[in-house]
Design a protein around this ligand. Structure first.
Ligand SMILES: Cc1cc2nc3c(=O)[nH]c(=O)nc-3n(C[C@H](O)[C@H](O)[C@H](O)COP(=O)(O)O)c2cc1C
Length: 415
């Protein structure tokens, strides 16, 4: 998959820079073309000559170089790549990237690039744990930077903990995976994934958005679901360390960082994608799946001609994604959570729906137009479990997601 791919490798000043000639060799073995940019710090740990020899290319390290600028300007350098890989990524370069600083060739290229960026952090555990570094990582994840590692283990400084750069083979595998998936997020482990988080080691499936049910090649039946709540839940589960797949109907919401997103259109596609994502520990069905679809889908656009009768739509029931995931069996998630949106008797109906579908929890919300829930940013929900009904206050959809994710973590720990 790396055949002919152009990797711009930015080497910054961490001790792990000594591993980069090996990384370049491994990338080239897979068919990638590698060009290196070295920071002044990086050059303290690995020589330009070593990188030039293994990459079989010039190594770039000066921003204000008349020769380099006339031969290969910093903008061209940043664009003539399919991916920019920062390895090792020091705490310092991550801070500069998060702040948008551009005071040397590496950071100028990183700011000027229009290509995806992957970073393999490497630093002392205290530097990694420092809230400043964590804040910078969060900012970069939100901007779509993909993270590879770091790993937990012995450090060059004699301490032990999170912050070791992923091994060259693991970085190559992640870059390869990135090209297979076609985007940074979800393709590589998020920076949080290796940490000891409440949902580390678990897998989650979330559905989100509406479904579109075709009538003919141009028309469809849909609903007003925006996907905001489901996407927020997927993001919250991923931030707690769960390996999360989001199966989303058509939605304008951005992909949540660190989440693998599968896009679908109809209820039947959604069910298929959900089954494909199993096994998982928890499934949260927040999508507004259409209950019905047109029995037949016209092959050609149905014409409105003067004398023709108004077409009659015959509807048939769609498969029930929540009930299917809740059904007993080897692949049933340990925890299945449904959403029940209604405009009247919301809690009573949701209690009945929980029993009818066989799910563990139901999140009920009133989606009457005056509540503005469907397109809005906040939600008032009731959590229905075997223990009873909890009324949650009006919260932002992000806060609902975080609260629900924390409850999921507690329930999975207890089960
Ligand atoms: C021996 C030594 C090892 C270092 N190792 C790291 C490291 O692994 N990770 C890191 O973030 N900084 C490390 N630093 C500090 C960086 O080199 C320093 O922050 C530098 O400004 C990084 O610049 P750069 O990111 O532009 O390359 C180390 C410094 C020294 C002297």
């Amino acid at each position: 998959m790396l055949d002919g791919k152009r990797v711009l490798l930015v080497v910054s000043g961490g001790i792990a820079a000594y591993k980069t000639p090996e990384l370049v060799r491994r990338l080239k073995e897979k068919g990638a073309r590698v060009r290196c940019v070295l920071t002044a710090g990086g050059a303290e740990f690995v020589t330009p000559l070593a990188l030039a020899a293994v990459s079989e290319d010039k190594v770039y390290d000066k921003l204000f170089s008349l020769t380099d600028e006339s031969e290969m300007g910093h903008i061209r350098l940043s664009r003539e790549a399919d991916v920019v890989l920062v390895a090792p990524a020091t705490a310092h370069i991550l801070a500069k990237m998060a702040a948008g600083l551009a005071d040397d060739l590496a950071t100028t290229a990183l700011l000027a690039t229009d290509k995806p960026i992957l970073a393999a952090p490497a630093m002392n555990v205290r530097m990694w744990d420092n809230p400043a570094t964590q804040h910078n990582i969060k900012t970069l994840v939100e901007r779509g930077v993909g993270f590879i590692g770091p790993e937990e283990g012995d450090m060059a400084c004699g301490e032990w903990g999170m912050g070791r750069m992923a091994e060259p083979d693991a970085i190559v595998a992640a870059v390869d995976e990135f090209f297979r998936q076609g985007r940074a997020q979800g393709a590589v482990r998020s920076a949080a994934a290796g940490r000891n988080l409440p949902l580390s080691g678990t897998r989650a499936l979330v559905t989100s958005g509406p479904t579109y049910e075709a009538i003919d090649p141009v028309r469809y039946i849909a609903n007003r679901s925006s996907g905001k709540q489901g996407h927020a839940i997927a993001g919250a589960l991923a931030r707690l360390g769960s390996q999360t797949t989001l199966v989303s109907g058509p939605s304008h919401q951005p992909d949540p960082p660190g989440v693998q997103v599968v896009r679908v259109e109809s209820a039947r596609d959604m069910l298929k994608a959900c089954k494909g994502a199993l096994p998982v520990d928890v499934a949260v069905c927040a999508a507004a799946v259409a209950d019905w679809r047109a029995e037949t889908v016209a092959k050609e656009k149905i014409k409105k001609s003067g004398k023709a009768r108004t077409p009659q739509l015959k509807l048939v029931e769609n498969p029930d994604v929540l009930a299917a995931l809740s059904a007993p069996g080897n692949l049933r998630p340990r925890l299945v959570i449904g959403f029940a949106a209604g405009t009247e008797n919301v809690v009573e109906n949701a209690v009945a729906k929980r029993a009818a579908k066989g799910c563990d929890w139901m999140v009920a919300n009133d989606v009457s137009p005056e509540n503005g829930v469907l397109a809005g940013d906040s939600n008032t929900v009731h959590l229905i479990t075997a223990g009873g009904v909890e009324d949650w206050p009006r919260l932002s959809k992000t806060a609902v997601a975080e609260r629900l994710a924390a409850r999921v973590a507690a329930a999975l720990r207890a089960s």
